[in-house]
Ligand binder design. Structure first.
Ligand SMILES: Cc1ncc(COP(=O)(O)O)c(C=O)c1O
Length: 371
């Protein structure tokens, strides 16, 4: 069996689960690693703790590998929102963001602006369909813009922003800050065009909560003040007393305290699994699953609000019938897990989404249409 086939097989049956954009059920490998780590940490013996503690470095290294970044540019965070907060609270100037973003972007930017006493100013855009296209950004791009913060894949519409085109538009001097929650590990993209990438492991990496991470490029570290830097983020490698060391030059400056080692174990396992399976292969399999979900929606005349071009989408399909409550109820009755919100029903497929799940989805759409 190839590593990819093993990866797909690890999803088991779980027919009907199309809610990967909300939460990814924990993978068998991540579960086994968690049990191992708990047993290790339950021993009253530092030698048993050491291999668990070492997983924090392993997690950071694997995430860095997947991002094409140096390990010292990547740090573990409690959540992706923590990673974004570290960046946004330290920024000054004008920052472009969409009002339709997940609040980890929009609310964090607003709070950071409020705390900045006028140093940071959001420039809100409300693009058509909530899609942060390069044209939508170009329309409001002026000399005073310091950064753009955007979700790589929008949590509602499933729209995948063109990061390379955004980088070209911004030029080398402005920062590109990216929320990678709905794409990291499942979209094979050049992350090095971004200055900050924040993500987490509890959806597509199947690693549970507490598994946030973020990368801060050299340019990001030069331009973002580590205002939320804490005791783990200094130039000192150990405990310090009677001195107050400066923030580290590496991304460690953007950390507060030591990582949650049990979360790091899970993230290390989930990230290694997807790296070994191959992100490009995972992306291709998801694209195939999404093609089939879209084809079924078309067959039943249900409007698809998300992009159809594979390069502008990832694992999310947004369905927008007039009766979203009815569709949501039909899916629930058929045993299909999805998310209904804001006049649309979101379904999300992963590489392990099997034919039985797609058939259930099709049958539920048929029932919904036939009333
Ligand atoms: C695009 C996006 N960003 C951020 C988050 C929140 O991430 P966290 O819980 O790691 O802060 C979510 C959660 O659904 C999301 O979809």
């Amino acid at each position: 069996m190839s590593a990819f086939d093993e990866y797909v097989a690890s999803f088991g049956s779980g027919a009907g689960y199309l809610n990967w954009a909300a939460f990814g059920p924990i993978s068998p490998v991540v579960r086994a690693e968690s049990v191992w780590a708990l047993d290790q940490l339950a021993q009253a013996d530092p030698a048993e703790h050491a291999p668990v503690f070492a997983r924090a470095t392993q997690a950071t290294d694997t995430i860095a590998d997947l991002l094409g970044a140096a390990s010292d540019e990547v740090v573990l965070q409690a959540s992706s929102t923590h990673g974004l907060a570290q960046a946004l609270y330290g920024l000054s100037g004008t920052v472009i963001a969409s009002t339709a973003e997940f609040p980890s972007v929009s609310l964090t930017l607003e709070r950071a602006a409020q705390a900045s006493r006028g140093a940071l100013t959001p420039r809100w855009i409300t693009p058509a369909d909530g899609r942060v296209t390069t044209d939508a950004v170009a329309e409001v791009l002026t000399d005073d813009v310091a950064a753009v913060v955007v979700s790589h894949v929008d949590f509602r519409t499933g729209y995948r922003a063109d990061l390379t085109a955004l980088r070209e538009l911004l030029g080398p001097d402005r920062l590109l800050l990216v929320d990678a929650v709905q794409s990291f590990g499942v979209v094979d993209v050049d992350w090095t065009v971004c200055d900050v990438v924040a993500g987490h492991g509890y959806k597509w990496l199947r690693a549970g909560r507490g598994t946030g991470f973020a990368r801060y490029s050299e340019q990001a570290r030069a331009r973002i003040r580590p205002v939320l830097s804490g005791i783990a983020g200094t130039t000192s490698n150990g405990l310090f007393v009677d001195e107050l060391p400066a923030p580290a030059a590496s991304a460690r400056a953007f950390t507060v305290s030591q990582p949650d080692h049990l979360a790091a174990v899970r993230l290390a396992a989930g990230a290694a699994e997807i790296r070994d399976a191959g992100v490009a292969a995972v992306e291709a399999r998801i694209a195939d699953r999404i093609d089939r979900l879209i084809a079924l929606a078309d067959e039943h005349g249900i409007p698809v609000a998300s992009p159809r071009e594979p390069e502008r989408r990832a694992g999310i399909v947004s369905l927008a019938p007039e009766d979203t409550d009815g569709l949501s109820a039909a899916l629930t009755d058929a045993g299909v897990a999805a998310t209904a919100r804001g006049g649309a029903v979101r379904v999300a497929a992963h590489a392990g989404t099997d034919d039985a799940t797609i058939d259930l989805f099709g049958a539920a759409l048929g029932k919904f249409i036939s009333g």
